[in-house]
Ligand binder design. Structure first.
Ligand code: 5AD
Ligand code: SF4
Length: 457
């Protein structure tokens, strides 16, 4: 083992064995792939950007819905040709699907190794053991692993915004969700290591950090040497915000049952903590929320939203919605539409319910909403969200926002693209600005997805 290849950015060197990493699913998987690259660089691999050049292909997979898994099975079929061309090519499956399907994945013709989300330190050993000719698997889940001491190698393109995982796993047991089974029990990461990583990113030119956890509000750390020394999520947020006022901080995901007022007050105190809260409601019906085991009612959720509006009047709120959960009636669906209107989400991630094997919902509730009804309800949810997004953006016309530039507009190289503190995408003429600059922009027009404006001089 050597630290020679340690760096925040990937080491590109085509004389070394080449690894290609393909990441599916959520931001947590993106963050995990960066840990994986760090582990692999330390054992002599370099990242390659063309799959044809790879000696090792790793798919970091997602199990959250059935279609995410179907994509991976399809992808594996494509690798048959690559394997024929290069007999020494190694194909490994990481992430949630590795954890869920274990040997079933390993028995696929092209798969050489399967490694679950808590086993990435073991990858060098698993790869080395392949020389025996046997396929390798490790899917042990851990109560402690947080990869706290591993500095992730950033694979983002812009060098401006990066993710930091502050915890792993989930203890919530929402009845539809496979995450607690595939990512294990919740554990929080040592705040010292989070601070080290955040400072290192800032020193390397990063301007925005997103703190990630399945439920950031249940982040809690007690110092094992001094159990009276505890750190809550609000305290962690403040510690990160104090690194530098030019370092923006975001976080995700907040759970409506746990989000504390202290987090809202901390957000209000620091201008560099972004004014955006991702607060998944999933459904607007009390009967469905109960069956989902979300542990809040519609009224409690709306009370949380009212508190956010009171303490953070300029904050945006986004959500996740599930259409067609077990037993969902037309009335329940109308409740979902009405809560979306009541809150006025600026954006949403919207899904049809997909039954996941062995979850509480799969064991106890029939998946009884017909496919076409699920699809129609989802379409109605999406159509409403488009209206709400447009309305939210239109309300910004004439206002000024500080935009952190992330890149160029896809349509025109003379326009820059960035985000407001509220997480809205904003496009404006570049002038002399570059990626990583903060620019004050006045909004002149919008679509449902984008604000358009000009720099305020
Ligand atoms: N079916 C559909 N959507 C799901 N989600 C989680 N599990 C399922 C499922 N079985 C959605 C939830 C969650 C988001 C990450 O994915 O909305 O918040
Ligand atoms: Fe899944 Fe619920 Fe945990 Fe989110 S909070 S990961 S939806 S179990």
């Amino acid at each position: 083992m050597t630290n020679k290849y340690y760096s925040v950015k990937p080491v590109l060197d085509n004389k070394l064995p080449q690894v290609f990493i393909e990441t599916y699913g959520c931001q947590m998987n993106v963050s995990d792939s960066e840990v994986v690259l760090s582990v692999l660089q330390k054992c002599g691999y370099a990242l390659c950007d063309k799959i044809e050049n790879a000696d090792l292909i790793l798919l970091n997979t997602c199990s959250i819905r059935d279609n995410a898994e179907q994509r991976i099975w399809g992808r594996l079929e494509n690798f048959k040709i690559l394997k024929k061309k290069k007999r020494t090519l190694i194909v490994g499956i990481l992430g949630c699907m590795a954890e869920r399907l274990k040997e079933e994945l390993l028995s696929h013709q092209v798969v050489d190794l399967v490694a679950g989300p808590d086993t990435y330190r073991d990858l060098p050993n698993l790869i080395a053991a392949l020389t025996s000719g046997d396929k390798q698997i490790n899917t042990l889940l851990s109560q402690e692993e947080t990869y706290a001491d591993i500095s992730p190698v950033r694979m983002d393109k812009n060098g401006v915004s990066a993710f930091i995982s502050i915890m792993r796993g989930c203890n919530n047991m929402c009845s539809y969700c496979v995450v607690p089974y595939v990512r294990g029990a919740e554990r929080s990461r040592d705040p010292k290591s989070i601070m080290r990583e955040a400072r290192e990113l800032f020193e390397n030119g990063y301007k925005e950090i997103s703190l990630l956890g399945q439920n950031v509000d249940s982040y809690h750390w007690s110092n094992p040497d001094n159990p009276t020394h505890k750190v809550s999520f609000a305290e962690l947020l403040e510690m990160i915000a104090l690194i530098d006022p030019k370092l923006r901080v975001r976080f995700s995901t907040s759970h409506p049952k746990d989000m504390a007022n202290s987090v809202l007050y901390t957000m209000a105190m620091y201008q560099n903590i972004c004014n955006h809260i991702h607060l998944p409601v999933q459904s607007g019906s009390d009967a469905i929320l109960e069956r989902m085991n979300r542990k809040y009612t519609r009224a409690e959720y709306l009370a949380r939203v009212a508190k956010i509006r009171e303490i953070l009047p300029t904050s945006t709120i986004s959500t996740d919605m599930i259409a067609g959960f077990c037993g969902e009636t037309e009335e329940d669906h109308l409740d979902s539409l009405s809560i979306m209107r009541d809150v006025g989400y600026y954006t949403a991630f919207m899904f049809q319910y997909s039954e996941r094997p062995n979850t509480k919902a799969a064991r106890h509730y029939p998946d009884d909403v017909p496919a076409e009804t699920k699809a129609r309800r989802l379409n109605e949810i999406i159509a409403l969200q488009n209206e709400l997004s447009l309305k939210s953006n239109q309300a910004d016309i004439g206002k000024e926002f500080e935009v952190l530039v992330e890149g160029f507009s896809k349509r025109s190289k003379s326009d820059l693209l960035g985000r407001t503190s509220q997480n809205k995408v904003c496009i404006f003429p570049a002038g002399d600005h570059k990626i990583g600059d903060y620019v004050t922009v006045k909004v002149l027009s919008c679509s449902s997805a984008t604000l358009k404006g000009v720099e305020v001089v």
